[in-house]
Write a protein that binds this ligand. Structure first.
Ligand code: SAM
Length: 315
């Protein structure tokens, strides 16, 4: 199944796109949001970043990109970059840029990655446990984590990255299992978790859902990259430029909200006792509450149900 872009119209509207500008799509994926950006403006440059080489290759084939410069697509100029968005500052300096007119990041994974049985992201498809977005440079796979991390490390990632209630129980079962046999595939791990969690606690979702989320986050150092990226954003936006971030689970959304909200405050001191003289306020929040998908979108694309869009504007 092709990837369906989430909150597409809402995100494009929120970015307040203008002609003759420069934008970054920090998680271009299969180019769903990019495509709409390209059709909405003229004479602009778009830098499209993704950590997954397959997605970059897909877009280069789609848009017939065969040179290392910006190429003309629709009425704009596009350049793909295979990188982690945490390097956004370096990516911009490579193009002699210090700031841009808008940034979009649609976090997490694409449906095409989850459904590719060679990538080992899903407990529904048998594959070697892998889960790397950046399979060309990252050597740490989910298989490395389940077979080599200590008991405490496993418990911590299951708790911190997925709020898994049975973190200790599952981590203990993993340690016992791997003393006898290596955990190699998505099915090895999914079956082990299925059999570890007592049946009366099996809910609507597969009992391995949260552990798979935690492993994906750890394999790709997702939250560390996100924190670095978010803290760089205010300095990289021109005046009135907007950033739009779509998150898919509460841990991610909390990080986005806390990091970007901190730039909407004068400082981090208490209002009563502040005399620090710092002025941290560089962003305005555009929507008080995050934008969420309509029932119609959720019906058409159930993956969108947990999406939250937060939008901020540079002062
Ligand atoms: C939800 S998809 C984006 C979908 C895209 N907006 C579309 O409409 O096709 C998220 C993408 O972010 C990429 N990604 C995840 N972490 C990243 C990071 N730290 N830096 C750059 N890309 C990342 C993934 O490889 C994936 O392609």
């Amino acid at each position: 199944m092709e990837h369906i872009p989430v909150l597409l119209n809402e995100t494009i509207q929120a970015l307040n796109l203008k002609d003759n500008s420069i934008y970054v799509d920090a998680t271009v994926g299969r180019g769903g949001h990019l495509d709409k950006i390209l059709k909405s403006i003229n004479n602009s440059k778009i830098i499209a970043v993704d950590k997954d080489f397959n997605n970059i290759k897909y877009l280069e084939e789609k848009y017939n990109i065969n040179s290392s410069g910006f190429i003309k697509v629709e009425n704009n100029y596009l350049r793909t970059v295979h990188s982690d968005y945490k390097y956004i500052e370096d990516i911009l300096s490579f193009f002699n840029l210090s700031s841009v007119d808008g940034i979009i990041a649609d976090l997490g994974f694409c449906s095409t990655q989850i459904e590719d049985k060679n990538r080992g992201f899903s407990f529904l498809k048998e594959a070697e446990l892998d889960m790397r977005y950046d399979f060309t440079t990252n050597s740490k796979t989910a298989k490395t984590i389940v077979n080599e991390y200590s008991l405490d490390e496993l418990i911590n990632i299951f708790k911190d990255y997925a709020e898994e209630k049975f973190a200790k129980l599952i981590a203990n079962k993993i340690i016992t299992y791997r003393k006898i046999k290596q955990i190699k595939t998505t099915f090895d791990l999914a079956d082990l978790i299925y059999n570890s969690v007592p049946k009366k606690f099996h809910g609507k979702t597969h009992p391995a859902t949260k552990v798979f989320q935690a492993l994906r986050i750890e394999t790709n150092s997702e939250l560390a990259s996100l924190n670095i990226f978010l803290n760089k954003i205010p300095d990289l936006l021109n005046k009135d430029a907007r950033v739009a971030i779509i998150s898919f689970h509460s841990i991610e959304d909390r990080i986005v909200k806390n990091a970007l909200n901190s730039f909407t405050l004068n400082c981090n001191c208490s209002n009563y006792f502040c005399n620090c003289g710092n002025n941290n306020k560089t962003l305005n929040k555009i929507n008080k509450k995050p934008i969420t998908p309509s029932n119609q979108e959720i019906n058409l694309n159930p993956r969108s149900r947990s999406a939250k869009l937060r939008v901020y504007e540079k002062i």
